[in-house]
Ligand binder design. Structure first.
Ligand code: CMC
Length: 421
């Protein structure tokens, strides 16, 4: 095994094992550092910290590569649907098709939520953000279903199906609640995406939403959001799950982490920004200057990424789907023109080029959601729906790993030394 030598001072040094991943990524394993030397590592924001090994998703941010279980994202989006992809992410390669068939059947069966839960929605104020409703309702699911899920595979599997099947129902109900509309029951004959659209829009725009382009676009968006290795919400899921909190509480924590505007909340923030620029007469140059101004807290939302220092491959796919959807539905959205102008100015501006700031997954997705009839405050819920199989896959990978321990980082204390009270 290769080793790295760390010299701490004249008297102390340590040989640390080097771990190599299947794509030649390298890490220095420091797990024995503190016990052997008394030192820890310090990495605020975790930009250089690997918290686990994982077989699920590979990203090369410098080259703009994203692969699920080895498959390039550009191939995945055109060759599968969201349900099959969820199964692949969660369970990996399977010997035959029978597990997938059972999985799909179970998803259809478990789509309804307990009738009593419908009354919970009444407790929220009419303008409640659907993310607030979603995270609360997902935690509430744990009061209906078996809790002791961390070691029995059959309980793990049934809870996984329940979550995947019911979260889309809760997501649709949160929209219906916030618009004062009656709930629509899931339709067992329909596939995942079709069923979700049915529960959202059946009484108003069913014809429009059964259009193939809408189903194709939604499958594509959900697939593109399905996993992104150790991002903030997935790390939250691993953190909370490592204490053996039940799967519902664990996923609800991931939903809360996703809500922030630096993470999944960015898709809502992008549209709000584009609307602001549009209202301001389309003066995008002013906003580029504002984003570069270190005295302003304004950021170009939908730009930049911790890992991608190149064009986010998801943004590329979404951009071309945005054009396709708008053309097909005959929609002329001025926000798309502003977004394209912003992108082209930023990609040629030294500030953005020097820092490797490119459009990310959230930059164009909101424009499709708008065209599909989703209100702005539902965009992050859509991200959560897409990311759900990724969260579950990571939680399952962790919980079934016998070497897993509770996640517990350390700190360097910088407060006052001991004094008398
Ligand atoms: N607009 C203007 N400047 C930016 C932006 C931006 N969107 N993003 C980063 N910078 C600057 C930042 O000010 C810093 O400049 P300097 O080196 O002069 O101090 C430099 O670029 C590095 O930024 P950072 O904040 O240290 O980078 P990070 O890796 O900690 O943050 C990020 C990544 C995504 C939070 C950040 O780029 C950002 O806030 N982007 C806007 C929000 C957004 O679109 N979020 C969605 C991310 S993709 C979907 C997801 O994973 O959820």
């Amino acid at each position: 095994m290769k080793k790295a030598k760390l010299i701490l001072n004249e008297k102390q040094s340590i040989d640390l094992p080097i771990i190599e991943g299947s794509e030649s990524e390298k890490a220095v394993d420091i797990s024995a550092l503190r016990s052997q030397t008394g030192y820890i590592t310090l990495d605020p924001g975790y930009g250089n910290t690997g918290a686990c090994t994982s077989d699920i998703t590979f990203i090369d941010g410098e080259s703009g590569i994203l692969r699920y279980r080895g498959y390039p994202i550009e191939e995945v989006v055109h060759n599968t649907n969201f349900t099959d992809l969820s199964h692949l992410l969660i369970y990996g390669d399977q010997k035959d098709n029978s597990d997938l068939i059972k999985f799909k059947k179970n998803l259809r069966q478990h789509a309804v939520i307990h009738e009593d839960m419908k009354r919970f929605f009444d407790g929220f104020p009419p303008n409640a953000h659907p993310m607030a409703i979603l995270s609360s309702m997902v935690t509430a699911l744990s009061s209906y279903y078996e809790d002791s899920d961390h070691d029995k595979e059959e309980i793990i599997d049934i809870n996984i199906v329940r979550l995947l099947a019911k979260v889309k129902t809760i997501a649709a109900y949160s929209y219906r609640k916030s618009h004062g509309l009656p709930f629509i029951y899931p339709e067992p004959e329909l596939g995942y995406v079709e069923n979700f659209l049915h529960m959202m829009f059946a009484d108003s725009q069913e014809d429009h939403h059964s259009d193939n382009i809408i189903i194709e676009a939604l499958n594509l968006l959900l697939i593109l959001h399905a996993d992104h290795e150790q991002n903030c919400s997935t790390s939250t899921v691993r953190m909370v799950g490592s204490s053996h909190a039940n799967i519902y509480a664990t996923i609800s924590a991931g939903i809360s982490a996703l809500w922030g505007p630096l993470h999944g909340g960015a898709n809502q923030a992008v549209i709000e920004m584009l609307k602001m620029i549009h209202k301001d007469g389309g003066s995008y140059k002013k906003y580029i200057d504002l984003a570069k101004d270190k005295n302003s807290s304004f950021r170009l939302m939908g730009f930049g990424h911790r890992v991608y220092k190149n064009y986010d491959p998801r943004a590329r796919v979404i951009k071309s789907m945005t054009e396709k959807v708008l053309n097909k539905l005959n929609i002329n959205d001025p926000l798309l023109d502003i977004a394209k102008e912003l992108e082209s100015v930023a990609l040629n501006d030294e500030y953005f080029v020097k820092r490797g700031l490119y459009p990310n997954v959230d930059f164009y997705s909101g424009i499709i959601y708008r065209a599909l009839g989703f209100p702005t405050n539902m965009f992050t819920v859509m991200f959560a729906l897409g990311r759900l199989p990724g969260w579950i896959a990571h939680w399952r990978e962790m919980i079934l790993n016998p070497k897993n321990r509770i996640n517990r980082p350390r700190q360097i204390y910088t407060g006052r030394s001991k004094r008398n009270y």
